[in-house]
Design a protein around this ligand. Structure first.
Ligand code: NAP
Length: 389
């Protein structure tokens, strides 16, 4: 079990729950990175007394320095991408929890790995956009990459001690989101508030919208493919609205193992940090007499087109998953800002993927190519959405 950590994205949903776990397990927090929520980061720093903290902007760093002046412990305040990378590679931290949202987390995760640190990964966009860069580094350096996503934690746990090559397929569960069972026509007028009302999980804004479009499940299919080294077509999505079975693994002999639990991210965070131990924390216990009937269904990837797009991107590989991810990030941001409709998200993502395949596909993108494609995809999407002014 690790004794110390650095945390990227400390002010978010996963970040704050990671600090709950650190508090309950008595882990030392060496460094914290956040975006714009300087007030919360200052509170976190006062409680956990890290040696290094980072925020997104220079003005945020000046504000944070003011809030931490005279706090009675030595703390360095840095900012921007360099700041997040310094947090990711902070000496003294045994593991980095990657809980920033979006492809913005890719470079800091690479900085953590380059500095020889294991990573507990919540930030799935990192693997979707940069799996072909991250995974060889993890293997070459023999580092730990522990999944934090509840589904991937479940799969990981089901595979502990499994003989090599015994995995037949992954059954990745999905709640189905707030619009499960609806048809396409009824999704046209969906507003931001409706899409943010997830039935079982309380999460950050971007992932909540991804859950409503089923892009979140699509991103997870690609994430599972990288983490467990299986093609996307051996990852089957199963709609399970109760979110109690966090995923299943089918072995070559037909045996299926599942992991059960209440919808509470603190447990997978704790599992990632305590591996290979099992420790008593303060996670909510599962009670089989209190969970009601459990149901399993096929996803509707005609209505929720994003899931089909993610399979297509995962099958094609190369630069297409990165472009799909960047287009989705940009489209979700525009939807959250009230500038496009709900059904514009899959439409704009698909148009971006088509544009990319027509001109610009890269079979083996390096980091520079992924970052350049990210910028270009966002600009082109804004133009095609008519929101570039
Ligand atoms: N929430 C869940 O239950 C859950 C479950 C599984 C996987 N995940 C994955 O975990 C990741 C985080 O999700 P979340 O729900 O915790 O998101 P969130 O609540 O929106 O938090 C995102 C965090 O990233 C920080 N951040 C954003 N841009 C940044 C930048 N440029 N530099 C430094 N920090 C930056 C934010 O800082 P500020 O708030 O200070 O701006 C915040 O701390 C996502 O990839 C998501 O898919 C989440």
């Amino acid at each position: 079990m690790v004794r110390s950590l650095s945390l990227l994205g400390s002010t978010g949903s996963i970040g704050t729950q990671t600090l709950d776990v650190a508090r309950s397990l008595g882990l030392r927090v060496e460094a914290l990175a956040a975006g714009r929520n300087v007030a919360l980061l200052a509170e976190q720093a006062k409680e956990f007394r890290p040696r290094l903290v980072s925020v997104a902007t220079e003005s945020g760093a000046a504000d944070l320095r003011g809030r931490l002046a005279g706090c009675g412990f030595p703390v360095e305040v840095v900012h921007g991408l360099d700041g997040a990378c310094a947090v990711a590679s902070c000496p003294g931290a045994e593991m980095v929890v990657a809980a920033m949202v979006g492809v913005a987390g890719l470079v800091p995760v690479l900085a953590a790995l380059e500095s020889g640190k294991g990573v507990s990964l919540a930030n799935k966009e990192t693997l979707v956009a940069g799996g072909s860069i991250v995974m060889p580094l993890v293997r070459a350096k023999g580092l730990a990459l522990h999944p934090v996503d509840s589904e991937h934690s479940a799969i990981w746990q089901c595979l502990w001690g499994a003989p090599e090559k015994s995995l037949s397929r992954i059954l990745l569960t999905a709640s189905g989101g707030p619009f499960r069972g609806r048809d396409r026509a009824s999704l046209a007028g969906i507003g931001v508030e409706q899409a943010l009302a997830h039935p079982t999980w309380k999460m950050g804004g971007k992932i909540t919208i991804d859950s409503a479009t089923l892009m979140n499940k699509g991103l997870e299919v690609i994430e599972a493919s990288w983490l467990f080294d299986v093609p996307v077509d051996r990852v089957t999505v199963v709609v399970h609205p109760q979110s109690v079975v966090h995923s299943m693994v089918e072995f070559v002999d037909g045996s299926v193992l599942a992991q059960f639990g209440r919808p509470d991210m603190k447990l997978p965070i704790q599992v990632a940090l305590s591996y290979p131990d099992r420790v008593a924390g303060d996670c909510v216990r599962f009670d089989p007499f209190d969970c009601g009937p459990l149901t399993f269904d096929r996803p509707d990837s005609k209505t929720f087109r994003c899931l089909a797009l993610a399979y297509e991107a995962g099958r094609t590989g190369g630069s297409l998953p990165a472009v799909m991810n960047s287009a989705n990030e940009e489209a979700v941001a525009l939807f959250l800002a009230g500038r496009i409709g709900f059904l514009d998200i899959p439409r704009l993502v698909e148009e971006s993927m088509d544009r990319h395949m027509a001109a610009g596909f890269v079979a083996h993108p390096d980091l520079e190519a992924v970052l350049a494609l990210d910028a270009r995809t966002r600009t082109e999407l804004a133009v095609s959405a008519g929101t570039d002014r």
